[in-house]
Design a protein around this ligand. Structure first.
Ligand code: UDP
Length: 239
């Protein structure tokens, strides 16, 4: 049977931690390869995929700031960390036969091309995977906000937020055995219940733009494909 995807264009947010696997920091080769193979599965179904990659596995601006660095400087370091992850991710994609293009919100021309919206749209239409690097290009923001921003800009139908847990729960499933997974909930419910799905800026942007967010497991094999097929996987947060 031919599986029909529920979405034509998606924005996948991968945190830097997602690339670490079980390592303490950096990029775990096996983990990145497995993630890429899951992305390859959905692109093979004809889904256009854009990725926003984080940098927390290499550098977190908040930590640098609290350690006494100038916060904006620390944040620029964090954005540069996402560029390294983007290069590693795109490289892994190319090795698995995908065509990937890294676009950076900060110009580092010798390394990656700058983000130019019409060009990103063109790549997606051509079936290339676009990896957005350097977040929003601004300090004091996060890559979750970049995911919301780019997702809205490229007209993605869904932002997929990959986490270590397979969705949003009524309580911490590691601590509370009665915790249940929400299949779906509205942005307003998520806010009232203080479920902390994304940071406030990212959350507000998705809510205002009526851009639904799916929280799903990056660890569970096949979860990305199930989400794209519209199956009951993870938690859908809708406007
Ligand atoms: N960052 C930033 N502006 C952005 C995106 C990211 O300043 O638009 C910096 C910020 O310092 C952040 C770091 O880059 O701590 C890494 O991004 P993030 O923490 O979102 O990565 P993740 O948690 O997804 O790995």
């Amino acid at each position: 049977t031919l599986a029909t995807p529920a979405y034509k264009r998606i924005l996948l947010k991968l945190s830097g931690e997602a690339l670490m696997g079980d390592d303490a920091f950096g990029i775990n080769r096996a983990t990145i390869d497995r993630m890429v193979s899951e992305v390859a599965e959905v692109t093979a179904m004809g889904v256009e995929v854009a990725v926003v990659i984080g940098g927390g596995n290499i550098f977190r601006g908040v930590a640098g700031g609290s350690a006494g660095m100038d916060r904006a400087t620390a944040d620029y370091m964090g954005m540069l960390a996402t560029v390294m992850n983007a290069l590693a991710l795109a490289d892994a994609m190319e090795r698995q036969g995908l065509t990937a293009r890294v676009m950076s919100a900060i110009s580092i021309e010798q390394v990656v091309e700058p983000y130019v919206r019409p060009k990103a749209l063109q790549y997606l239409e051509e079936g290339k995977v676009v990896v957005f690097a350097a977040g929003t290009g601004n300090p004091f923001f996060t890559t979750d906000t970049a995911a919301a921003l780019r997702g809205a800009e490229i007209g993605a139908e869904l932002v997929l937020k990959a986490t270590k847990v397979d969705g949003v729960y009524s309580a911490d499933p590691h601590k509370d055995p009665t915790a249940t997974r929400y299949t779906q909930l509205s942005f307003d419910e998520a806010m009232v219940r203080n479920l902390g799905i994304m940071d406030a800026t990212a959350f507000a942007l998705c809510r205002d733009q009526k851009l639904p967010v799916k929280v799903f497991s990056i660890i569970k094999p096949g979860a990305l494909k199930r989400v794209v097929l519209g199956e009951d996987e993870g938690t859908l947060v809708y406007a």
